[in-house]
Design a protein around this ligand. Structure first.
Ligand code: GLN
Length: 197
């Protein structure tokens, strides 16, 4: 079966590994660039994008992920992982001077759901993941807002509160929520399918 890496700099690593295994993938925990070799796909988990950027810098991890992405590696970024995949971060001060993976033609704003909505759960219809009548339970934790889509190649597969919250662009998939925190793994299954195609 496919081999999917989970970037393990910081954040929700174990939950993604379990979700991927339940979706039929073999999983490799990835901490250094050499561990990207031979992967079909890579998950960049949620957590704290600024912390991940600091930990990644000394080993040039994001430069390495970017090179593999440009060579066709499928990448799934969730929450902080979406921030790291975005071409543009609206409030980039905290990430200034740090590499990101980039490649997804969207503009995101960190922690932008407002204090009352910092964390919330919603029943989210998602296109293309099967069982259209059964929404995904989506958990948002200090999530980034996708403010703008900058390419016609970006397909919005889910929207909540007037913003896209799950998007796909070629072999890139991103969600502003945490699909690894529930036991409904349809988005992981979708990614495993994308990585193998
Ligand atoms: N607020 C975090 C950040 O800016 C993202 C939160 C998350 O991944 N749950 O990186």
């Amino acid at each position: 079966g496919p081999l999917i890496g989970v970037l393990a700099l910081q954040g929700a690593v174990a939950e993604h590994a379990a979700a991927l295994q339940a979706s039929g993938a073999a999983v490799r925990i990835v901490r250094r660039p050499a561990e990207l070799d031979g992967l079909d796909g890579l998950v960049v988990p949620g957590g704290e994008s600024t912390a991940m950027a600091r930990i990644a810098a000394p080993v040039k991890m994001f430069e390495a992920v970017r090179e593999h992405r440009e060579a066709g590696l499928a990448v799934f970024g969730t929450c902080a992982g979406l921030i790291l995949l975005a071409e543009s971060v609206a409030d980039a001060q905290a990430l200034e001077g740090f590499e990101r993976i980039r490649g997804l033609d969207v503009v995101v704003r960190r922690n932008a759901y407002g204090s009352q909505l910092n964390s919330f759960t919603t029943e989210l219809p998602v296109q293309g993941i099967g069982e259209p009548d059964r929404p995904l339970e989506a958990v948002f934790i200090r999530a980034p807002v996708i403010e703008e889509i900058r390419s016609a190649d970006v397909e919005v597969i889910a929207e909540a509160q007037g913003h896209p919250v799950a998007v796909r662009q070629g072999r890139l998939l991103a969600a502003s929520f945490h699909p690894e925190l529930t036991s409904d793994y349809r988005l992981h299954q979708y990614f495993v399918g994308l990585a193998t195609s």
